[in-house]
Write a new protein. Structure first.
Lengths: 328, 274
């Protein structure tokens, strides 16, 4: 196990370096001169920076020297935890991100909880009702739900629950765990409910047809106990790992929903930064979400190994969910 | 094909996909009204014989915009998927077949691309390049090849281990010939499933980008853009938001249904239950 952990971590290092190269290259190769954009905030009232100011900005942004030197000086700052300063308000990107992170974590956690409760609940129900009307209804919902864009669902929710019936606030965030959390949670979580339902349903159905479940029934255990103690426990292993991956996706994928609901998290911050070409903020948000995503992925691989030691790891990353496409 | 038709969900999906493609191809011939200009006196009209789906805030006909938008959206999605698949095939087959250092390098490259959350990366790329359909498409190619490359590599690996590939190599087949004669034909079912499912994903992402103002600039008709325009009139004119949203959902659903049915067929194998 320790060997596995070390190898998995060692493998993450080149990927992490690659991530910084891509993040840096995005800004470096983008059309337009970052130094000019950066210098604008110090410029006099007429808004046009002087050549000296642009030269100074070029130096501040590590844009002197050739491309390798530029990357290395940028990279060494990043390693020390300095993500630069926002082009639009001059504040350090790191504190801006830290300030916004709790809101995004709250939203992603709420959406994940919603997905788990509704998705696993419906999935188990569908597996129990296999072939009956309830099962078909749940499956139609699962397939249909995945096709609804989250931004459209957001608009529908705002229209019905906020604008029409005035039940809930349509945007903003009134502090932790307030009613303003409800609509963004629904909009963000719903998209993943379908996937969870499908996975749970097939996993539970498969487990319930195993010999040990029949044995449990034969021993005269009550149906409820058979389902919870024998069926669910084993069926949920693949679901749990998939959900971990989902949490990573949620945490990183909140951008669209956050911007519609004016939710003050990292996602809205990145979209605003994109609109203003605020390079350091975009880079900071990209780096942060890539790191979160990678950490979650590694944690899941380890968890999966613990839950199911039978797994033979060729390619180290086990959790991809694409296995069903492999030819048998 | 016949087995695909026997699945009700797959059949519904296929009919929808063919219908949508037809609309996209025939688009301009089907609409008499302009999708980009309207009468300001005809703003926010409801359903009527003249405007079957009403008009928007500039009096432009929704039906015309929807049909012309189908062409843009579907066309762009198909091109994105085709380019991304070509890249994914090259990377995945070479990595899976060659193994060794080549495989390690290509797999790490794929991992780097996969390490970013795709929506955010696509937004960032489109944002750096500036708004426009072409830039949005570049952003989507850049973020969707890696998912497919990973799967294609895994499938290539499993094909590589089969007896007939060993036999072909032993009898003196060059790598190129073995790949062409044995690997690619066996990859075809996987690639078709991937492509179909991915069209749906790309349409969603494309609509998201144009909803955030990173697609074609107005007045070009595009579904995501129509939703963005409708957002401002959410309370008074909900119809304007329902029409393009439903169009996106139905299109994505159609490709998902066909893709799912195809995936079941591939999983069952040629002799499996139909």
């Amino acid at each position: 196990m320790r060997h596995f952990v070390l190898r998995r971590l060692a493998q993450a290092v080149p990927v992490l370096i690659g991530v910084t190269v891509v993040t840096w290259a995005l800004a470096a190769l983008a059309p337009g001169d970052p130094a000019r954009l950066y210098a604008r905030q110090f410029a006099a009232a007429d808004g046009l920076p002087t050549p000296e100011e642009i030269e100074q900005a070029r130096h501040d942004l590590n844009l002197d020297g050739n491309i390798v030197q530029q990357y290395l000086s940028w990279g060494s700052r990043i390693v020390r935890g300095d993500l630069g300063r926002s082009f639009s308000n001059g504040r350090p990107v790191r504190s801006e991100l830290a300030h916004r992170l709790p809101a995004t974590v709250e939203l992603a956690a709420a959406a994940a909880a919603f997905t788990v409760i509704v998705g696993i609940g419906l999935g188990v129900a569908a597996a129990r009702w296999q072939g009956r009307v309830g099962d078909v209804a749940v499956r139609v919902l699962a397939v249909g739900g995945g096709a609804i864009p989250s931004f459209w669902l957001s608009l529908l929710l705002i229209w019905l629950l906020a604008a029409h019936w005035h039940l809930l606030p349509s945007g903003g965030r009134d502090g932790p765990l307030s009613t303003s959390l409800v609509l963004p949670t629904l909009a963000l979580g719903f998209v993943f409910v379908g996937e969870t339902v499908r996975l749970t349903r097939s996993s539970v159905a498969q487990t319930m047809s195993q010999e040990y479940v029949r044995a449990a029934r034969a021993r005269g255990l009550r149906e409820r106990r058979v389902v919870t103690a024998h069926g669910l426990r084993n069926a949920l292993i693949p679901v749990v790992t998939q959900l971990g991956l989902l949490f990573g996706t949620l945490l990183a994928g909140t951008a669209v929903v956050e911007s519609i609901f004016a939710w003050p998290g990292i996602g809205k911050m990145s979209i605003d930064a994109i609109a203003h070409k605020d390079y350091p903020v975009i880079q900071g948000a990209l780096l942060l979400s890539a790191v979160i995503y990678m950490v979650v992925g590694i944690a899941l691989d380890l968890l999966y190994r613990r839950l199911d030691p039978r797994i033979v790891v060729h390619d180290l990353s086990v959790v991809s969910g694409d296995a069903e496409l492999l030819p048998r | 094909m016949r087995r695909l038709l026997r699945r009700p969900a797959g059949l519904v999906g296929l009919v929808l996909v063919v219908g949508l493609m037809t609309v996209a191809v025939l688009g301009p011939a089907l609409v008499t009204r302009s999708p980009t200009t309207g009468e300001l006196t005809e703003r926010h009209l409801g359903l009527s014989r003249d405007h079957p789906l009403g008009t928007d805030f500039l009096g432009r006909d929704h039906t015309a915009r929807l049909i012309r938008g189908a062409r843009t959206t579907l066309g762009a999605a198909v091109v994105v998927v085709a380019i991304a698949l070509a890249i994914a095939l090259a990377v995945g087959v070479v990595a899976g077949y060659a193994g060794g250092i080549t495989d390690s390098v290509l797999t790490r490259m794929t991992d780097v691309a996969l390490a970013f959350p795709s929506v955010l990366l696509a937004l960032a790329i489109a944002g750096f390049l500036g708004p426009g359909l072409r830039n949005a498409m570049i952003a989507l190619v850049a973020t969707s090849w890696s998912r497919q490359a990973r799967i294609i590599r895994a499938v290539t690996l499993s094909i590589r281990r089969r007896g007939y590939v060993d036999a072909a190599v032993a009898s003196g087949g060059t790598p190129l010939a073995v790949v062409r004669r044995h690997v690619l034909p066996n990859l075809a079912p996987t690639v078709i499933v991937l492509a179909t499912l991915d069209v749906g994903v790309v349409i969603l992402s494309l609509a998201a980008l144009s909803f955030l103002g990173l697609g074609n600039p107005p007045p070009a008709p595009e579904w995501g853009r129509m939703l963005l325009d409708a957002k401002a009139y959410l309370e008074s004119q909900p119809l304007e938001m329902l029409v393009p949203g439903a169009a996106i959902a139905v299109t994505v659903l159609a490709f998902t249904l066909v893709g799912d049915a195809l995936r079941d067929l591939v999983a069952d194998g040629p002799d499996g239950p139909g």
